[in-house]
Ligand binder design. Structure first.
Ligand code: B12
Length: 229
């Protein structure tokens, strides 16, 4: 049997700090960071410490999901279907005093953002108020944004198989932050064998590949109306 040796690494904190400081200086002066990063790693600085030092100068990248407007409604072949839902959205607005509002999010390490963009763009064209979260959000960040923006629904677009961890966590975070009334729906690549679990973890509806925007809009409106009643 192969034996695993535990290597105990001794760090000299002074040396670590010195190499992190020179990393910051190099970043400020636009120098060659590679050498200094290797040096820092040889002094046993962690990857987290190295990236935090660089963050001091460069900031942290935050991915954005951008959408366009009017493309969807202008090209959808069944104009009646579109107008019918736009009418329902207007009715909703006059009854509840505001439009149905949804936050579309991408959670975890999932960078597939096309489904999210299609749905966000389409729902906005139908009259929904649509907010879009940044890429790679944590459930805590998404829950916070949903509460701050006072949305009726969070729509999680999930294509990278993180849903069974992320959806229960999101429900939990929303409840902890007082967002119990915010509905969660999920779209994307979700195996049918996970549907039951997701529904019992707080997902009100699941939309797979091929979902049309009017179909999703109708169901989302129903979900909001039920929870507002
Ligand atoms: C394009 C693509 C990519 C592109 C993504 C580009 C981008 N910016 O989005 C690139 C090349 C970067 C990529 C990378 C990877 N991919 Co990829 N990718 C795809 C692919 C081929 C198409 C996805 C797509 O754009 N579909 C078009 C959109 C419009 O459809 P959709 O997302 O399904 O959305 C619709 C519905 O699901 C629904 N919907 C979606 N979200 C929401 C949200 C709400 C609120 C609602 C109501 C509805 C809804 O409505 C939409 C419209 O109908 C799929 C395979 C597939 N056929 O789906 C694999 C796929 C998703 N990828 C996969 C994998 C494994 C990866 C990688 C991990 C590969 C790797 N080893 O590196 C990486 C992960 C990168 C990352 N960080 O996430 C797997 C995921 C497997 C799984 N979930 O178990 C898939 C399923 C391929 C496969 N069969 O194995 N990928």
């Amino acid at each position: 049997m192969e034996r695993i040796r535990q290597i105990k690494v001794k760090r000299n904190s002074e040396k670590v700090q010195k190499s992190l400081d020179s990393l910051v200086e190099c970043a400020k002066s636009n120098g060659n960071l590679l050498d200094i990063c290797i040096d820092a790693a040889r002094n046993r600085a962690t990857l987290g410490e190295i990236s935090q030092s660089l963050e001091k100068v460069f900031g942290r990248f935050s991915g954005e999901v951008r959408s366009v407007s009017s493309i969807y409604s202008a090209n959808y072949t069944d104009a009646n279907e579109i107008h019918e839902i736009q009418k329902q959205v207007e009715e909703f607005n006059s009854i509840f005093g505001r439009r149905p509002r949804i936050l579309i999010v991408k959670l975890g390490q999932d960078g597939h953002d096309r489904g999210a963009k299609v749905i966000a763009t389409g729902l906005a064209d139908l009259g929904f108020d649509v907010d879009i979260g940044g890429l790679f959000q944590t459930p805590v960040e998404a829950a916070k944004q949903a509460i701050e923006n006072d949305v009726h629904v969070i729509g999680v677009s999930s294509q990278a198989a993180g849903h069974n961890e992320l959806i229960p966590d999101l429900r939990n975070q929303l409840n902890l932050m007082g967002g119990n009334s915010i509905n969660i729906i999920v779209g994307g690549i979700i195996p049918t064998s996970d549907h039951q679990f997701l529904k019992s973890s707080g997902a009100k509806a699941i939309f797979g590949p091929g979902t049309t925007v009017p179909e999703a809009a109708n169901q989302i409106l129903d979900i909001i109306k039920k929870s507002e009643a």
